[in-house]
Write a protein that binds this ligand. Structure first.
Ligand code: SF4
Length: 367
């Protein structure tokens, strides 16, 4: 099986672990994709679901890793791949002077990405009616695994340690949406300024489109290198059903903000996250991706993974065939538009671990 196909298989089915302690802790709850573990397949590190309903029934079984973290993956008793689990990051051993574990402030994603949700509260999450149905931003907070508002000083302290101890290469600052019109841009800028004063690390900010486009420049001036504004789903009826609160932000607002942001951050340095498998057709996702790439926005399409405890916890994952039918042409489209995962300075598109997109891009790129 080719790497892209194997990654699609694992990301859509998930994997069962003979030793549930393999690798470092899976992220549980929180904003965006969750309940995954990082594994490396032939040099590409990806996130694969482990704590989800489909993963418990996955045909893929991962044997106990050896001391170096290497493990065999089988399907029906037959070896299909060898993978490696990254070791536990060293910065997870540390805590702030007032006793907050660094792992409650930011976590390691994939192999070399430091990620944090600056504000763990969200105006969209406060009522069942308005909440994005896939999101678990409040769960890790309720379980005491994170801090509601990570201060700029805390983020700077953890980022410096993660770079020094674990060789982290870039950082993702996402946020729940606060009540103000800046939609989180202000808190991202404050955080980035403090982090950049402590350590030289490329940063992606992720927020809803701010009311005033001037925020893009303010974020860039504060040290944010790339920006993610996430559509999640693209068809109007699916937006209403899956994220009734966020659907109140019209697609036109996203597009106006994308165009303004590309002028500030550059071609291919603005991105959006699209969750395939929630009702958008292949054509709808590819049509939207064509609109996005035409204006310099990188469409990071990932398979939807249901998170336990959310309204969509029993929603099926997309099939590997459905994902391949999107990611194959999308890989070509992205490269034809002059964008590539590896050219992105920071963030999810660069990391690429939640999707096989970057692997499909390489099929198109001449060696
Ligand atoms: S793609 Fe984004 S959310 Fe997924 S592991 Fe990488 S940084 Fe984290």
């Amino acid at each position: 099986m080719r790497d892209g196909d194997l990654i699609n298989e694992l990301q859509t089915h998930g994997m069962r672990l003979v030793d549930p302690r393999a690798g470092h802790e899976a992220r549980r709850g929180g904003a965006g994709p969750s309940d995954h573990k990082a594994i490396t397949i032939n040099g590409t590190t990806v996130m694969v679901p482990v704590h989800t309903a489909p993963a418990f029934a996955s045909p893929y079984l991962v044997e106990r890793p050896d001391a170096a973290g290497d493990a065999v993956v089988t399907r029906d008793g037959v070896e299909v791949a060898r993978v490696r689990f990254p070791l536990r990051p060293r910065f997870y051993e540390l805590a702030t002077a007032d006793g907050v574990p660094y792992s409650h402030i930011a976590t390691l994603h994939s192999r070399d990405v430091l990620a944090t949700t600056v504000l763990q509260t969200c105006i969209r999450y406060e009522s069942r009616k308005k909440t994005c149905q896939f999101c678990a931003i409040g769960q890790s907070l309720a379980a005491g695994r994170t801090v509601a508002h990570k201060t700029p000083g805390q983020l700077a302290e953890v980022a410096e340690a993660a770079v020094r101890l674990d060789g982290v290469k870039h950082m993702v600052l996402t946020t729940g949406t606060p009540p103000g019109k800046d939609r989180g841009a202000r808190v991202l800028a404050e955080s980035a300024r403090a982090i950049k004063a402590a350590v030289d690390i490329p940063i992606q900010g992720q927020c809803e489109p701010p009311d005033d486009d001037a925020w893009h420049q303010r974020m860039a001036d504060a040290g944010i290198d790339t920006l993610g504004m996430h559509l999640e789903v693209v068809t109007p009826a699916v937006r209403q059903r899956i994220m009734p609160g966020k659907a109140s932000v019209p697609l036109e607002k996203y597009f106006a903000s994308f165009e303004a942001a590309v002028k500030v951050f550059g071609w291919g340095q603005v991105s959006t996250y699209i969750l395939a498998g929630l009702g958008d057709t292949r054509e709808a996702i590819l049509d939207m991706s064509a609109r996005l790439t035409a204006i310099g926005v990188y469409p990071f399409v990932v398979p939807f993974v249901p998170i336990s405890g959310t309204p969509l916890e029993s929603h099926p994952t997309p099939t590997a065939e459905f994902m391949a039918s999107i990611l194959r042409p999308l890989g070509e489209m992205v490269v034809d538009a002059g964008m590539r995962s590896e050219d992105i300075k920071a963030g999810c598109g660069k990391c690429g671990a939640c999707s096989a997109l970057s692997v499909f891009e390489k099929l198109k790129v001449p060696a």
